[in-house]
Write a protein that binds this ligand. Structure first.
Ligand SMILES: Nc1ncnc2c1ncn2[C@@H]1O[C@H](COP(=O)(O)OP(=O)(O)OP(=O)(O)O)[C@@H](O)[C@H]1O
Length: 783
């Protein structure tokens, strides 16, 4: 809902009853009796602390119309109204707001001090001890509780006055307690560092209210940190000092900072302060967030150690024998490069394998697993996403005789065992002191490993453990910072096998062939065929089967972006389901280069949600910010949440400690909205691996509709069908690698819709976005 659109209002009354209260989220529905002679009303919101029945409160908020419950007031902040009469004071004290004080004590307190009872408690609590039944300890306790309650309420009113919404205010209060007003006043920029959801801009607005000068050192430091954080989001592990300063100047000079000078000395001093404080590290003119610096240096060191380790599970002659036997057993003759990779995987502490689609990576992994087990080596298989792990598991199993035991594949996060409710410093149970229980760890889709996950993975390998990283270096790099696979390959100092041969079986897929063409700079759509020929058209049963096996790549020409969007909608809702028997929501994925524009994922999500999952009777929905989420929607998690709440299947409510085994939900995971509860204002999402996760108001920003997602976010996933609008967008996005990544996400059918010239532009642009990462050079330096 657009909160800015509705004016703030105030209501006042006595709490008659609490109709509903969730202690976890502090969401409550309260019945409020207004005086004089006005009808009671319903007030909903998050209350810290929860007012008690009998208490009189003043509530700031907005009127809203609930589809089922009608007109109600949505609270943003409230303040108790100090009662002025004996009855009021007694009612308040008896209401249960102070543990251990009930009606009897309340009566005695009022009998002793009359309507001044609250003042006495606040200013002279020793006097309470004179009341029968109240000793000095209880007197202190009553005074403290009342004081704390008052401070909490005042803090919330203060934060609300600064224009901070209830969610943010609660997070600030959680961080600073009742000291929040003092903390915010003293250093609003600290909020940008310490409170999720507050960025530099908002902190800067607050600072302006408190008249903190635009060239104050704290502002400069905050801008530095902000720029480093943004750089991380763009994928950089560090920034060169001069790039950092340039960006910081742009940030500082915006808004209220215009007209001020920010000389190098000033920025250098701020940088020095952050380095001294341990937040940043500077090495040879490269500025890192301290954690990334540690990840990069330790990762490089540990990888080289691995690369230097040598093993000999079998004598050479026996290894060759085993290789022969395995090929016979698994029914495949390995190509020379595959054979070389298997040998190295058995004998080296580290191996990197890269190759495009259909070059035999999975087959290779199947052999490595098979032989490792023959040699009695304990193997663990992992991939960065749940879907990729599932696929890996199936692929490795395929062709292996039934009687051979199978190896489980898991996500890398699961392999590292995410700790419930963990902070970022200790989010995994597996680490140097408690290594992964395997002697050979194989990670597929390794292009998706960012610097942090790669570090944690490598740090969690036991002293006798080997690592095989398998991936396709031509895919887009990881969503998180770094380009680990690319750096490893570029360093030239780690054992590497490049698979380049496209196997005949795979070459029957137009998708695979098309992907290789894109990479080689050849366009997949050629001048000549008319619209009708290139369009998806009714297919015979025979053609349907063929497409399923071989992978089909189609192009539909439509230069106008608006019409592209409508065409995508038509293909997803009608043509493809009819002609290929694919289910729109579960099997067809729309991928876009960008969120923006008429054929960007935001617009397409609105269009597709309307078409595939429209509002309907009995279908619960909730307004999340500007969007509606309703039961049955496809959604995606858009950041890592190590504290996600797993909902047990027996419906006993969310478990906070991850009793269900695995906790956490990660950037890029896709699921379906299972349940929407408009009263409790929570959404349950069933992820594709079966986990059910609860989202309350504080976590809504982690969810996006996923009928259409960006290619970046699609990495590691594969879909039976991919539909991609190919339109003109930001030049930096229009690259061959992006189109290649999109096309390789489709298994049976890929349909490109758009402008032929735009497709050519993508294919021609071979540039790879530069990421600041020193891993390759570091590896070379210490090798
Ligand atoms: N040595 C081989 N001889 C013959 N066919 C092979 C060989 N290795 C792999 N293939 C076949 O080539 C095809 C692609 O192999 P595989 O699935 O292992 O490649 P991949 O690199 O994992 O591909 P993708 O990334 O698309 O999953 C499969 O049909 C596989 O059976």
């Amino acid at each position: 809902m657009d909160d800015q659109a509705r004016p703030s209002d105030v209501v006042q009354g006595v709490v008659r009853r609490i109709t509903f209260h969730d202690p976890g989220t502090q969401y409550a529905v309260i019945r409020l009796e207004q005086r004089p002679n006005r009808p009671p009303l319903t007030v909903v919101g998050h209350w810290t602390p929860l007012p008690a029945p009998g208490e009189e409160i003043r509530v700031v908020g907005r009127w809203a119309l609930h589809p089922t419950y009608g007109r109600q007031f949505e609270a943003e902040a409230y303040q108790p109204v100090t009662p002025a009469t004996r009855e009021g004071v007694e009612r308040l004290l008896a209401s249960g707001i102070i543990k251990g004080v009930g009606p009897a004590t309340a009566r005695r307190l009022v009998a002793a001090f009359g309507e001044r009872a609250l003042d006495v408690i606040a200013s002279d609590p020793q006097r309470l001890a004179s009341v029968p039944g109240i000793g000095p300890r209880k007197a202190r306790w009553i005074a403290e509780r009342l004081h704390l309650r008052k401070e909490t309420q005042e803090a919330l009113v203060f934060l609300h006055g600064l224009g901070l919404g209830p969610g943010l205010s609660r997070r600030i209060l959680q961080r600073y307690g009742t000291q929040a007003p003092a903390a915010v006043r003293a250093d609003p920029y600290a909020l940008a560092l310490e409170v999720d959801g507050i960025g530099f801009r908002r902190a800067d607005d607050l600072a302006e209210r408190f008249q903190i000068a635009p060239d104050s050192p704290r502002r400069v430091e905050a801008a530095l940190w902000h720029v480093m954080r943004e750089a991380g989001e763009e994928g950089h592990v560090y920034l060169p000092r001069e790039v950092l300063f340039q960006r910081v100047r742009a940030v500082l000079g915006g808004g209220r900072g215009a007209g001020h000078a920010y000389p190098d000395e000033m920025l250098g001093a701020a940088l020095g302060a952050l380095v001294a404080g341990g937040q940043l590290v500077e090495e040879d003119g490269a500025v890192y967030p301290a954690a990334f610096h540690r990840y990069e240096t330790e990762l490089a060191g540990r990888l080289l150690e691995l690369a230097r380790q040598a093993y000999q599970p079998w004598l050479p002659a026996r290894l060759e024998q085993e290789l022969q036997a395995a090929q016979a057993r698994l029914g495949t003759r390995l190509a020379p490069e595959q054979l070389q990779a298997v040998r190295r995987a058995m004998e080296s502490g580290l191996l990197v394998v890269t190759g495009g689609p259909g070059t035999g990576k999975t087959t290779l992994v199947r052999f490595i697993v098979y032989l490792a087990r023959r040699a009695g080596i304990r193997v663990a298989l992992a991939a960065p996403t749940g879907r990729a792990a599932q696929r890996l598991q199936e692929a490795v199993r395929c062709g292996v005789p039934e009687e051979e035991p199978s190896v489980q594949a898991s996500t890398v996060h699961r392999l590292l065992e995410v700790r419930p409710g963990s902070s970022s410093a200790s989010r995994f149970a597996r680490g140097p002191k408690n290594p992964i229980d395997a002697e050979l760890v194989i990670v597929d889709e390794a292009s998706m490993l960012d610097i942090s996950l790669a570090y944690h993975l490598v740090a969690a390998l036991g002293p006798e453990s080997r690592l095989v990283l398998v991936g396709d270096v031509d895919q887009l790099p990881s969503v998180g910072p770094g380009q680990v696979l690319r750096d490893l390959i570029q360093s030239g100092v780690v054992p590497l096998v490049r698979l380049v041969h496209l196997f005949r079986q795979a070459a029957r897929s137009r998708i695979v062939v098309g992907a290789h063409q894109i990479l080689a700079g050849r366009s997949v759509v050629h001048a000549g065929p008319s619209r009708a020929q290139t369009a998806v058209r009714p297919a015979s049963q025979e053609r349907r089967t063929a497409a399923r096996e071989e992978g089909s790549l189609r192009f539909f020409e439509e230069p106008d972006p608006q019409r592209v969007a409508w065409k995508v909608r038509e293909l997803v809702t009608t043509s493809i389901p009819q002609q290929f028997g694919l289910r729109p929501v579960e099997e067809i994925q729309v991928l876009t280069a960008s969120h923006r524009g008429p054929a960007g994922s935001d617009a397409l999500n609105r269009l597709l949600q309307e078409a595939l999952n429209p509002a309907g009777r009995g279908k619960a929905e909730l307004q999340l910010g500007q969007r509606v989420v309703r039961q049955g929607d496809r959604v995606m998690q858009v950041r890592n949440d190590y504290q996600a709440r797993l909902v047990p299947e027996d419906g006993s409510g969310p478990s906070r400690d991850g009793e269900g085994g695995e906790v956490g939900v990660f950037n890029g995971e896709i699921g379906t909205v299972w349940r929407v509860d408009p009263d409790e204002r929570v959404v349950h999402v069933r992820f594709d691996d079966g986990r059910l996760i609860e989202y309350d108001e504080e976590k809504w920003h982690q969810l996006q509709l996923a009928y259409a997602i960006t290619v970046h976010k699609s990495q590691g996933n594969e879909f039976p069908c991919v539909v991609m609008p190919v339109v003109w967008t930001m030049p930096a996005l229009m690259t061959r690698h992006l189109l290649y990544t999109a096309v390789t996400r489709g298994r049976r059918l890929v349909v490109l819709v758009g402008d032929r010239k735009a497709v050519h532009a993508y294919v021609r642009n071979a540039s790879v976005a530069q990421r600041y990462s020193m891993l390759a050079r570091r590896l070379q330096r210490i090798a």
